[in-house]
Design a protein around this ligand. Sequence first.
Ligand SMILES: CC(=O)SCCNC(=O)CCNC(=O)[C@H](O)C(C)(C)COP(=O)(O)OP(=O)(O)OC[C@H]1O[C@@H](n2cnc3c(N)ncnc32)[C@H](O)[C@@H]1OP(=O)(O)O
Ligand SMILES: CC(C)C(=O)C(=O)O
Length: 511
Amino acid sequence: MHEPRKIKIFDTTLRDGEQAPGLNLNVDEKLEIALQLEKLGVDYIEAGFPISSTGDFEAVRTIAGAVKNCAVVGLCRALPGDIDRAWEALRDAAHPRIHIFIASSDLHMEYKLNMTREQVLEAARTSVRHAATLCKDVQFSAEDATRSDPAFLGQLFAAAIEAGATTLCIADTVGYSMPEELAGLIVYLRNTVPGIENVQLAIHCHNDMGLAVANSLSAIQAGCTQIDVTINGLGERAGNTPLEELVMALYVRKSYLPTETNICHKQIYRTCSLVSSICNIPLPPNKPIVGANAFRHESGIHQHGVMKNPLTYEIISPETVGVKRNGIVLGKHSGRHAFEERLLEMGITLSGEKLENAFRRFKELADKKQYVLDRDIEALANEKMTAIPDRYVLEYYHITSGNTSVPTATVRIVREGVIMQEAACGEGPVDAVFKATLRACALQDITLEEYFLRAVTGGMDALGEVTVRIKRNKLLCIGRAISTDVIEASAKALIAALNRMAYEANTDSIS
Ligand SMILES: CC(=O)SCCNC(=O)CCNC(=O)[C@H](O)C(C)(C)COP(=O)(O)OP(=O)(O)OC[C@H]1O[C@@H](n2cnc3c(N)ncnc32)[C@H](O)[C@@H]1OP(=O)(O)O
Ligand SMILES: CC(C)C(=O)C(=O)O
């Protein structure tokens, strides 16, 4: 058997992942995800595209200052202004990397860049050379590489190596490649590009035809040692290679493809769940590795087999990725120790005020629910981890509703010690609570752009998670809350969104 090859994991959840339509993460959310990625053990965190906005610049700068155990990467076009801005954000990182990309397919060069092959070669040369004067780690990526003329791609890579690139990345930008075809391209480049043996070779796959994992595995077989991934496969269009799927395929099939990564497998579920919650993109139940059904067995023949020996129908044990099979049941009589222990088992470390808050909310929930499940706890922990100051506090709400009465709500809200109380009628109880709340806060110019309700757990006493997106002028803010009562979850989600809006607007209050 061959020695396992070291595979480096390049996580781009915070850059390509955030390009998923509708996704917009603020600096605090990005930092929280980055710190979890560090715990997970990724080798590189692509934290953003610094020239693209002040928010992205700040996120990259903040993450560069906070993360110590992995390299932090900023994306740039092949333009000096992009590179200087990226370096400004990255310069304090323990391990900074500048990532430059330019398209290499004739289609992109002609229609999008309006550049000739010679001009693209020159832009790659000068930009990589410039970046190498600032940073010793420079990645050069060829966008749309898999639809490019292989000979030109080879020339471009040779120019980037000569200019000082330390990593070269082949991007299957539109998820066009087939696994064997991609392996053929990689072997061709390895055989023809001078100096390629001295740089790290990377692959960046998109999932337009559901082939991102297969293509990434094929690229590893053909010699790539850095794999670009995102958590839950987030990304532009159909997304990128999902970290959890690729890493677990490598882990489970190590005897077929001997490799190793620095990933701490027990942190996988925690990371996927945190990203899903912060991004408000629920995991489909049948999602490999981390979906609710990934370790469930419904049919009798399977249940019988698993009872005799789990290996009959399980190629991964849930504990490997941080999912607890059948642990202690947490309920209203459980104390801090059991609660904290369960959090640790789930890969969640909370301390001080955050732990106290989560425990208080757990007790409130346990009073209403027979059993508190891992998913409930996770939701509680996720909700409170990105702390936004509570400017608006919901003191109480009261509704009257029924199929023969007009839904009416009364709310009392406290804003910085001032009590504000109002009543309103609505199309339904949630609408009435929203109208009363906005009236009480004198914020009737806020519009509700989106309302989303999902059951976090099953059963009659399931936790409902409500997410609202509100808008005032151009500012869009999300609020999320959970409760066994959907009206309460809705009211709290609106208050959370108002608090976020006050925080984002950076004023003492919005009104
Ligand atoms: C495959 C990928 O995922 S690449 C990353 C894609 N991600 C994003 O685009 C998200 C962030 N992007 C942004 O915020 C904006 O697009 C910005 C700030 C980067 C640029 O904004 P604008 O200046 O308004 O330009 P716009 O986005 O309309 O067009 C892109 C410009 O960059 C040029 N360009 C695109 N790629 C490159 C490149 N790799 N190197 C040099 N120039 C490039 C285009 O030719 C176009 O130039 P032009 O304005 O001279 O016609
Ligand atoms: C910037 C590059 C690597 C990219 O994201 C792509 O081509 O999909």
